[in-house]
Write a protein that binds this ligand. Structure first.
Ligand code: SF4
Length: 496
């Protein structure tokens, strides 16, 4: 981010990376990884990288920007081999720079490996101090893990031929927080999911090999069959001879991020054995049952609110109709030069269909509200287009607490629902009524209520304790950064 520009406000919590890996002798693994990352682009748009092994060398290519911009045919053609891993990044720790992009690479004597991480550790500082690293020498928590694995390889007595899996099995139990990894050396592809399994990872089968991916649609993209999700606390080690499962963590305690179901994952993804799109429709059905209202039509905020709006309409019997058109060519974020231009940002993204709205009592459905400024702008837009009433229905509970495990939600001071009553929220957004889905109903709607979820940003119950110091910054006021604007909830209420 440069000075005098402001990234358009945090409309939704932002994903913290997608990972992909493939071992398939005889296949163009770099191209397959490119396609896999393309399918995971929604999980991070800041940088993309691919590492490939041909059995003799590990080569890494990475660049800033989207997958389509970071790679072309010429680059992919020289990445020959039969093992590859890939990464799309959205930075939650570390800076947004080429140096912080992934996969990270290390060589230790004759060994080489590369590693890519989805998530955020909460004990980075303690780990770095224990390893004797100086302040500022670690690029990010993912870089730190690569360094810890390298230290194990350099100082431990790794069994010959199994060095990387051995070193990872020793390092992983030291990590606290959110993490799913893919890693590789010249002969292995490794996938690992932390004991809480905040972030998803699944295994797929090709005729001639195996695939790992953050989300199952990336398997479909390369023609792999879904085998199963990697379990929380499991490490899968794949070689040219097959794969094995190891359990380096003593007490797995599954806590999949609830927002994977609500918003982050693609609708065609399978989580805990359940289809995400169907779960989102059930959330809408539950919402209709919990908070009915007399109205003329149900409309989604596109695209995030579509499945829940469909469910709401089905359960309530009120007709479903589009009321807003989304510009298909706009990314999730873009840069606006000033605060005033931010307001225009919503108009660039969405435009009302006056014909469907004028004189109508609307039920507007979305999946979540972070800061609320976008939602308020949408409501203003609908009123200007002639809506008689606007009833807002949100298919998740109020988002009150920041995430420490790998999602960029901003600080507590930036969250609309952090300190306001429901009436204050309704007033700020300018709607006739508002309802958020209750947590019990949300958990039921996933279809896997007993499977284990993190709901910390909804109820403040953090499943992995947050070290003192880390919490102060994020739970307090937002820190000032060059080129960003501090906005508190009270300021937002005043429309500043
Ligand atoms: S705090 Fe919220 S966003 Fe973070 S892992 Fe838990 S449910 Fe997901």
């Amino acid at each position: 981010m440069t000075n005098h520009t402001h990234e358009v406000e945090l409309i939704k919590p932002r994903e913290a990376c997608g990972v992909f890996g493939v071992l398939a002798p005889g296949s163009p693994v770099a191209h397959q990884t490119y396609l896999g990352l393309y399918a995971l682009q929604h999980r991070g748009q800041e940088s993309a990288g691919i590492a490939v092994s041909d059995g003799s060398n590990v080569t890494v290519v990475k660049d800033m920007g989207l997958v389509s911009g970071a790679f072309d045919d010429r680059v992919l053609a020289v990445l020959e081999g039969d093992i590859a891993i890939g990464h799309t990044r959205y930075s939650t720790t570390g800076s947004s720079s080429w140096r912080a992009s992934q996969p990270f690479y290390r060589d230790v004597g004759d060994l080489e490996f590369a590693l890519a991480h989805n998530g955020n550790l909460v004990n980075t500082a303690a780990l770095a101090a224990d390893a004797g690293m100086l302040d500022g020498t670690v690029m990010s928590d993912s870089d730190l893990v690569a360094e810890l694995v390298a230290i194990e390889l350099a100082t431990g007595e790794a069994p010959e031929g199994n060095e990387l899996p051995w070193a990872m099995a020793r390092v992983l139990p030291q990590l606290r927080g959110g993490f799913s990894f893919v890693a590789m050396d010249r002969h292995h592809l490794v996938g690992a999911r932390g004991p809480e399994g905040f972030w998803p990872l699944c295994l797929g089968r090709l005729d001639n090999g195996w695939v790992l991916a953050s989300e199952s649609p990336a398997l479909d993209t390369v023609g792999a069959h879904f085998v199963r999700e990697v379990d929380p606390g499991e490490m899968v080690v794949i070689s040219r001879d097959g794969w094995t499962s190891e359990r380096p963590f003593k007490n797995p305690n599954p806590r999949l991020c609830m927002f994977e179901f609500v918003y982050f994952s693609r609708p065609d993804t399978v989580l805990y054995g359940r289809n995400v799109h169907a779960a989102r429709q059930r959330m809408g059905e539950q919402l209709a049952d919990q908070a009915p209202v007399v109205a003329d039509l149900v409309m989604p905020v596109p695209e995030s609110g579509i499945p829940a709006a469909q469910g709401f309409a089905r359960a309530s019997g009120i007709p479903y109709r589009d009321g807003l058109v989304k510009n298909r060519y706009i990314g999730r974020t873009f840069i606006a030069p000033s605060q005033e231009m931010r307001a225009l940002g919503v108009k660039m993204k969405l435009n009302p269909i006056r014909h469907n709205i004028e004189g109508q009592r609307l039920i507007v459905v979305d999946d979540s509200i972070v800061r609320g400024t976008t939602t308020r702008a949408i409501v203003e837009m609908l009123r200007a287009a002639g809506a008689a009433e606007v009833h807002l229905r949100i298919s998740s509970p109020p988002y009150r607490w920041p995430c420490f495990y790998g999602m960029d939600t901003g600080t507590k001071a930036e969250l609309l629902a952090a300190d306001l009553t429901m009436d204050e929220i309704r007033e700020y957004l300018g709607v006739n009524s508002i309802a958020y889905l209750e947590l019990d109903r949300l958990i039921d709607a996933t279809g896997a209520p007993g499977a284990g979820f993190c709901t910390a940003c909804l109820d403040g119950q953090y499943p992995v304790p947050i070290p003192q110091g880390l919490d102060r910054e994020v739970l307090g006021e937002r820190r000032d950064e060059p080129g960003t604007t501090s906005v508190s909830v009270s300021q937002m209420k005043l429309g500043q």
